[in-house]
Design a protein around this ligand. Structure first.
Ligand code: PGD
Length: 760
């Protein structure tokens, strides 16, 4: 057969079409995309890899002994069962748990990126189902941006006002003269835009800005956090010390009287108490460049020179998401705003402060003028929640009180954990602790297409389709391309769409009519598309009917003219357009936050040394950042991801000096360890890192050497066996997965085979 058809489709890392050539799937990037992502190469493996889950499976011990806390979870074998049997078991367990303890004992937070597609988004499907089944304990915020989401509303407004709506790529090109990029704007992160992306524009815009004379300063321990060709000046800072550097810059601004006093007076509140801290009035320690230099590892004169270059021209301070994914992660974001306030350019085109510009593909593009198709999830009958990264604390400490954003809350006693579209054994920190936590509930249900570590730690595993096996609509709030995602191949083995699984469960629970509203999947797509079509019509834009849209494969949605959002309006007239903060101004000191009385997040930005920094026992800083070869843990068995592995292990970058001091050569297998755990990885020697720093990206599938052990070594290279499971602070309780301290040694023992991709 020579069957060549181009079928439109989409993924979080780009739109593409699928060619079926002699029964093989080829993925061709969308012609509109100037810089398609290499991650597209991972997609073909998603179809028939041995890691796919072929049929419903139940853990043998759960079948034999019934629901209950069980340390055998993740250690025992699975038994295949028929779909009707699996669905009966899930429905019966849901009924039992709801009857015994009510919705407050069901955890359906189910955090995760799942796949592109506005209808089949697995967490949304689950939330809709659980809302109708009785309700569930949810999670709030994200692993991406846990600290910033909570601190920003106290300081300048909800995250959106400084992430995407106030600073655009186009204004960066035409207006910015100098960019202080804290954490950089790594192209690998720009590969990904949640929900899809039609055009990867970051590289072209960075090049154009450079051509226009913009000067870039990269503040990061890793040189490739900005592309080499834009000739950024690299300031290889010690990890986790951006706040002292920012304070040193601020102190220099103030002591050289370069700060914008008029701006501080007109647009900000609480400068005085911050200034007293900055100048050391209470603790006797001015936070000057020399003080900062000793902590952040950059020379004091470099800090002073940077201030002089950044004043008197249009300067943009950007702060990547990675900076706040660390202990006290609220501080760099808050201090970034304060530094930009001292420079006086917040609200001016191409100047001021931007959060997460360059952290994802779609931040900084113009907003859509019409709504996207969106599946309604209904209402939850209860309001209990946890900050998302407190999952292990919740399972381990039911009933215990914890702080969150000024509130005192209690962890619920969860009996049933239900996950669809996420991989907690990828995304959570301290995986040995998470294993303990997963032993606590009575039952764990997971839907996934592949045998992730989370599926292996479940009791009932239901096989899900991948996007190429179903129809959907691909779209993202930051990108105008709406894609008719055509089905390209039949479903794998017994895999089902999550929607079909929930329809069957809804039938067993007597809520089928409410859940399905009588629509099969295709009718849902038509139904969800309709508000978008009507809005297009109302604007006088081209408004294809559903069939036309489906046939054409896409529609390019209109965007709104760039307006700079709430921050620009505030800059124009702070009295008529106050910021959505308690004072209506930028809060350099926040009375609200001060009133919470948190010593780990006081009333203005401060330097709080981390408890988990590199030291004598574990002398190296581990940066566990986003990978460049896959999205999170997705398709770790795909071609692009596998191509970077060495002897099957995840690569870890080390500075040549650190490697030499340990007798490590390029390609050697090394063991990274600290008090929490250990993993193997393959050494890649590099001078693109600050000495003392090692970088092991997240996403290699957790592969315990001997799952029977309490604290097994991961033989594949998952850094989350090493990271610390503690909130950023009592304010936000965000994830701190980005940084930890480790030691590294050459591993000369027999190399155990990687089994992460073999079915259990
Ligand atoms: P993914 O690998 O994207 O990771 O954590 P997240 O859980 O989102 O997991 C998605 C899962 O959904 C995959 O297992 C995939 O197979 C499954 N899936 C995809 N499509 C479908 C579907 O249609 N149906 C079903 N049922 N399943 C599907 C990401 C998280 O990790 C994030 S967002 C960040 S920013 C964090 N980053 C870090 C970090 O920087 N450092 C550390 N140490 N740790 C991190 N973890 C966090």
């Amino acid at each position: 057969m020579n069957d060549i058809r181009g079928l439109p489709h989409s993924s979080h890392w780009g739109a593409f079409s699928v060619l079926l050539r002699d029964g093989r799937v080829e993925v061709v990037p969308h012609p509109r995309d100037p810089a398609p992502s290499a991650l597209l190469a991972n997609i073909p493996a998603s179809l028939e890899h041995r890691a796919r889950i072929a049929q419903p499976m139940v853990r043998s011990g759960w079948l034999e002994r019934g629901p209950g806390p069980d340390r055998r979870r993740g250690r025992e074998s699975f038994v295949p069962v028929s779909w009707p049997r699996a669905l009966d078991l899930v429905a019966a367990e849901l009924r039992r748990v709801y009857r015994a303890g009510g919705p407050g004992t069901v955890f359906g937070g189910s955090y995760g990126w799942a796949s592109a597609g506005r209808f089949h988004d697995a967490p949304r499907q689950l939330h809709r189902f659980l809302n109708m089944a009785g309700g569930y304990v949810r999670s709030v915020n994200s692993y991406s941006s846990g600290a910033a989401t909570v601190i920003l509303p106290h300081v300048i407004g909800p995250q959106e006002v400084v992430a995407g709506s106030n600073a655009s790529w186009d204004e960066l090109v035409t207006q910015s003269a100098l960019v202080l990029a804290f954490g950089g704007m790594a192209l690998k992160n720009n590969d990904v835009g949640g929900g899809g992306t039609g055009e990867h524009i970051a590289l072209a815009r960075l090049r154009a800005a450079r051509r226009n004379g913009a000067e870039f300063h990269l503040i990061s321990p890793i040189r490739d956090d900005l592309p080499g060709e834009i000739e950024a000046r690299w300031h290889p800072i010690r990890p986790g010390t951006d706040v002292p550097l920012m304070l040193g810059l601020a102190h220099t601004l103030v002591s050289e009287a370069r700060h914008d006093r008029a701006f501080l007076e007109r647009f900000c509140v609480g400068y005085e108490s911050f200034e007293a801290y900055l100048l050391g009035h209470h603790d006797g320690q001015p936070k000057d460049a020399a003080w900062a230099a000793a902590i952040c590892g950059l020379p004091a004169d470099e800090i002073v020179e940077l201030v002089r270059r950044a004043t008197g021209r249009r300067t943009l301070v950007t702060c990547s998401q990675s900076l706040q994914r660390a202990e006290h992660g609220e501080q760099p974001v808050w201090m970034g705003v304060v530094l930009a306030a001292l420079l006086g350019q917040i609200g001016l085109p191409g100047g001021g402060f931007a959060y997460a510009l360059g952290s994802t593909s779609n931040t900084g593009k113009p907003p859509l003028a019409v709504p996207l198709p969106t599946l309604p999830t209904g209402r939850n009958s209860i309001c209990e929640f946890i900050p998302v990264a407190r999952i292990a604390d919740m399972l381990l400490h039911p009933g215990e009180a914890f702080d969150y954003d000024g509130r005192r809350l209690r962890y619920p006693d969860i009996r049933l954990v239900y996950w669809a579209g996420g991989n907690p054994f990828h995304h959570h920190q301290d995986l040995n602790r998470l294993r303990e936590a997963f032993a606590r509930p009575d039952s764990v249900v997971v839907h996934d297409s592949a045998w992730t570590a989370s599926a292996r730690h479940a009791d009932i595993v239901l096989p899900a389709t991948v996007t190429l096996e179903r129809e959907d609509i691909g779209g993202s709030a930051g990108d105008p391309l709406l894609v008719a995602m055509h089905r390209a191949v039949p479903r794998y083995a017994e895999a089902r769409d999550d929607y079909d699984t929930f329809c069957e469960l809804a039938g067993r629970l007597g809520i089928a009519d409410r859940f399905t509203e009588g629509r099969p999947a295709r009718q849902w797509l038509e139904h969800l598309y309709e508000p978008t079509r009507r809005a297009l019509l109302a604007r006088g834009a081209e408004a294809p009917g559903f069939d036309q849209f489906w046939e054409a494969g896409e529609v390019v949605l209109p965007t709104l003219p760039w307006g700079g959002g709430a921050v620009r309006a505030f800059r124009r007239d702070p009295d008529r357009s106050p910021l959505p903060t308690p004072s209506g101004r930028i809060e350099i000191t926040s009375r609200t936050v001060a009133g919470f009385g948190y010593d780990d997040c006081p009333g203005h930005p401060v330097w709080l040394p981390p408890s988990d920094a590199a030291g004598s026992r574990f002398p190296l800083h581990l940066i566990a950042n986003q990978p460049s070869t896959r999205l999170h843990s997705q398709l770790d068995f795909g071609a692009a991801s596998l191509a970077a592995k060495i002897k099957g292990r995840e690569p870890v970058r080390l500075h040549r000096e650190d490697a030499a001091a340990r007798g490590i050569s390029d390609g050697d297998i090394v063991r990274l360890y600290n008090d929490r755990g250990a993993c193997l990885a393959a050494a890649v020697l590099s001078e693109e890192l600050r000495p003392g720093v090692v970088q092991l990206s997240t996403g290699a599938w957790y592969d315990p050497e001997d799952p029977e052990l309490e604290n097994p070594m991961c033989i594949h290279g998952n850094p989350n066996v090493l990271t610390r499971d503690a909130g950023t602070s009592r304010l936000a309780q965000g994830s701190t997965g980005q940084l930890t301290a480790v030691q590294v040694e050459r591993f000369d023992g027999p190399l155990p085979p990687v089994k992460a991709f073999d079915p259990p």
